[in-house]
Design a protein around this ligand. Structure first.
Ligand SMILES: Nc1ncnc2c1ncn2[C@@H]1O[C@H](COP(=O)(O)OP(=O)(O)OP(=O)(O)O)[C@@H](O)[C@H]1O
Ligand SMILES: [Mg+2]
Length: 554
């Protein structure tokens, strides 16, 4: 065993060739008896170094034994003896010793400076910025982590925020969420927070939720946009949620009144149903969503305005939704000019908000305008980090993201709340075969198609009843209502097919009884299907009117 180096004893201190500072230190450690070798204190410190080492090893052994006894669960009465005694200053300790005073002051200074120092944080460096994506090296972060990148002095912001969207080898792909003008090559990249490993959800981004958000308009990060001051809530929730076991979901059993006659009567929607609103631009999607938000029987409305024109956000809130609608709504707005990452985040945040209210046992109506812009944002990100495009330029990840978002809505466990969702889907050039429309149609529980022909004829809401379907409807309504719906659809379809003949006067009545009745009732059918956007029609009224229409004499 190698003996520890011998400590200077009182006898050797002046003869060992120590520097003056080392001599001072050694003397200071001897206390007030430093200059009197005859006293016991001096004997104590001049103890042989090997003896002292043996004594210390003995103490360590005693502690280890005590810990082992603790772990084995039998502390016993000698437990207290095994514990190291609390520190007692030696009898010769003199706090007034000038050496100790000076060293203590020095140590205090070091401690104070330490307290001021910023914690050491590792940082990476920016190596590439091309298109939407930045690349950094020198950091090991999980996908979804947030980072800050330094901007040069004089920039409008001190830092730029970004999120890790992927990696390749040592390189991290970052997608900025704020303005990046001024970024320099080699800029430092700091992780915003490191996620604790013990709780996987603890590292997930959390945004504000809660009842204090009703009546408020916020951006994708939960910051108020309405100038009404801070949000009156201190609850937050992660953006992601664990999936619901499909067998634990309550089936769609109860009707949700949406306040629109044509939908209530002919395309009845149930609580927890997910519907698509398929239409080209300018056909009346936003107005229809606004009507539903104002007139629905749902207790809470969560509205996501994703990737639409910035001007429309204000217009939607003030003119379409109105004060009454807004009072029980939360609006999350991420217009087209914000980063694609924030547009996607706004969609997931809207869903998180709806989930919060559902988990409080409420029946929530979620309106998202639009699902297509959400898919487009994911396309932008995926293409920028090098995913190959597949159908119509959409990479495969887009078709995985859509069901992941939509499946979070719907009914919760039996007896709990529900999220009924309406997602608008843009059909480019009124093309129903668009890949996003196709994919959405497959994952949603029904679709309402808005027709440009009807809108152009001033028929609002421009719902194409023949092309629309609510898949949960048969489980929600009685036989009589179902038969009336069928009868009306039959008449409508017969009329549409023969429209040209009727218009040119080529149809002679008496040949087809259904068509004859359709022709006679058509003005009333049209009036039934149309609804001014300030007008509301509750479920019972809608069904009663349908009954009257079908039972009417011609
Ligand atoms: N129920 C209605 N009654 C009267 N006019 C309506 C109605 N619904 C829509 N409109 C008319 O249609 C226009 C476009 O409607 P809206 O903004 O809802 O379309 P959109 O499909 O949301 O368009 P975009 O794709 O551009 O967002 C409105 O400005 C309004 O003039
Ligand atoms: Mg719109």
């Amino acid at each position: 065993m190698v003996n520890p180096p011998a400590l200077p004893s009182h006898q050797t201190i002046h003869t060992d060739g120590l520097t003056p500072l080392e001599q001072e230190l050694a003397l200071a450690s001897f206390g007030p008896l430093a200059h009197d070798p005859t006293q016991t204190g001096a004997v104590l410190v001049s103890e042989d170094a090997s003896e002292r080492a043996a004594r210390e090893i003995g103490a360590i052994d005693a502690i280890s034994e005590a810990l082992a006894a603790d772990a084995a669960g039998h502390g016993g009465p000698d437990e207290a003896e095994a514990r190291p005694a609390p520190y007692v200053p030696p009898p010769n300790y003199d706090p007034a010793n000038p050496h100790l005073v000076s060293w203590n002051a020095h140590l205090r200074g070091v401690r104070d400076r330490n307290a001021l120092a910023l914690p050491l944080r590792g940082c990476g460096r920016l190596t590439r910025a091309a298109g939407l994506v930045l690349e950094a090296v020198g950091l090991r972060l999980a996908v979804g982590s947030e980072v800050m990148i330094e901007l040069p002095q004089g920039s409008s912001l001190p830092m730029c925020e970004a999120e890790v969207v992927g990696f390749a080898g040592d390189k991290l792909f970052l997608m900025p969420t704020t303005e990046v003008a001024g970024l320099l090559p080699g800029a430092r990249v700091w992780p915003l927070e490191s996620a604790p490993i013990a709780d996987p959800m603890a590292g997930a981004k959390r945004l504000p939720v809660g009842w204090g958000m009703l009546g408020r308009v916020v951006d994708a990060s939960g910051r108020p946009l309405d100038g009404l001051g801070p949000l009156a809530t201190d609850i937050d929730a992660p953006l992601t949620a664990p999936t619901i076991n499909p067998l634990n979901r309550e089936p769609i059993r109860h009707v949700l009144d949406v306040g629109v006659r044509a939908i209530n009567a002919l395309l009845t929607v149930g609580r927890g149903q997910r519907m698509g609103l398929f239409a080209g631009s300018g056909v009346g999607k936003s107005v229809l969503l606004g009507t539903m938000a104002r007139a629905t029987s749902a207790e809470v409305i969560v509205i996501g305005l994703i990737g639409e024109r910035g001007r429309e956000v204000k217009e939607f809130i003030e003119q379409i939704l109105g004060e009454d609608g807004l009072a029980r709504s939360v609006v999350v707005a991420a217009p087209a000019d914000v980063s694609p990452l924030l547009r996607m985040q706004a969609a997931t945040y809207t869903t998180s908000l709806a989930e919060y209210f559902r988990d409080q046992g409420k029946h929530v109506l979620l309106l998202m305008d639009s699902l297509t812009r959400y898919a487009m944002a994911q396309r932008e990100i995926a293409l920028a980090i090098g995913e190959p495009p597949a159908t119509k330029g959409y990479p495969p990840s887009v078709f995985a993201k859509l069901p992941a978002l939509v499946e979070r809505t719907g009914n919760g466990p039996e007896g709990g709340g529900s999220i009924t969702a309406f997602y608008t889907v843009l059909t480019e050039g009124d093309d129903q075969q668009d890949p996003i429309a196709d994919s959405a149609r497959a994952i949603l529980d029904g679709h309402i198609v808005l027709s440009r022909t009807l809108a152009e004829a001033g028929h609002y809401p421009a719902i194409d009843i023949e092309a629309s379907i609510s898949r949960a409807m048969t489980a929600l309504i009685d036989e009589r209502h179902l038969n009336q719906t069928r009868a009306l659809k039959q008449m409508l379809s017969r009329y549409q097919r023969n429209r040209d003949l009727i218009n040119v006067g080529a149809y002679v009545s008496g040949r087809d009884a259904v068509l004859d009745r359709a022709i006679a009732l058509y003005p009333r059918i049209e009036a039934f299907l149309q609804q001014g956007f300030r007008e509301t029609a509750n479920y019972d009224q809608s069904v009663e009117m349908l009954g009257q229409l079908i039972g009417a004499r011609t």
